[in-house]
Design a binder for this molecule. Structure first.
Ligand SMILES: C[S@@+](CC[C@H](N)C(=O)[O-])C[C@H]1O[C@@H](n2cnc3c(N)ncnc32)[C@H](O)[C@@H]1O
Length: 179
């Protein structure tokens, strides 16, 4: 084995770890750091969403793809937005047998989510209010939103299972009649 092999591999590993944790910091600033949802909560989230074959699911901050993988057999299509490229690569590999599921390496803040019939998320309390405004502005009435772990401040949930909350986007307020 050449002398430079081991130091070279170690350098790559250290650089990879530094980059991974750098993206964790970026994710924490942009939304939430990577913290995988426990398997039983994933099961509750999927059950609460009431998925059906006409659904287009959007997962906000899809992490290692566990929610997408659990939802894949039940939906027409699914998209995960994830800013950490390492997690994108891993989840694309994990989801390679589901061509109707995509993982996009983009921040969801800049995306229009209006095509979704179901939105799933496991985020952080400090961003739920900002997220609530975005979802209300973009999603059609009746769209299901399933949040694991945290509630939207001031919203009434339709159903709660443990710490998984199902919300329905309310009908748009009626325009005031002309005078
Ligand atoms: C708490 S983790 C949840 C991961 C996964 N959904 C799960 O349930 O296991 C939050 C994820 O959101 C990602 N994230 C944070 N801000 C984001 C943003 N603006 N756009 C896309 N992904 C983001 C993080 O990189 C992280 O993977």
């Amino acid at each position: 084995m050449p002398d430079f092999f081991l130091p070279g591999v170690l350098t790559l590993v250290v650089l990879g770890l530094l980059a991974f944790f750098g993206y964790m910091v970026y994710a924490a600033v942009s939304g939430a750091p990577f913290w995988p949802l426990a398997p039983d909560a994933v099961g509750k989230l999927i059950a609460s969403a009431g998925l059906d074959p006409r659904d287009t699911l959007v997962d906000l901050g899809s992490g290692d793809g566990r929610i997408l993988e659990a939802a894949a057999p039940y939906v027409r299509s699914a998209v995960g937005f994830e800013i950490n490229p390492f997690l994108c690569w891993w989840s694309r590999f994990r989801l390679r047998h589901y061509p109707h599921v995509r993982v996009l390496r983009r921040s969801f803040w800049g995306e229009n989510l209006s095509g979704a019939t179901v939105v799933t998320l496991f985020f952080i309390p400090g961003k739920m209010d900002k997220l609530a405004h975005k979802l209300l502005a973009e999603l059609a009435p009746g769209t299901r939103i399933v949040s694991a772990g945290f509630q939207f401040p001031g919203w009434h949930y339709e159903k709660k299972d443990g710490t998984v909350y199902l919300y329905l986007v309310p009908p748009a307020p009626e325009a005031a009649p002309p005078n």
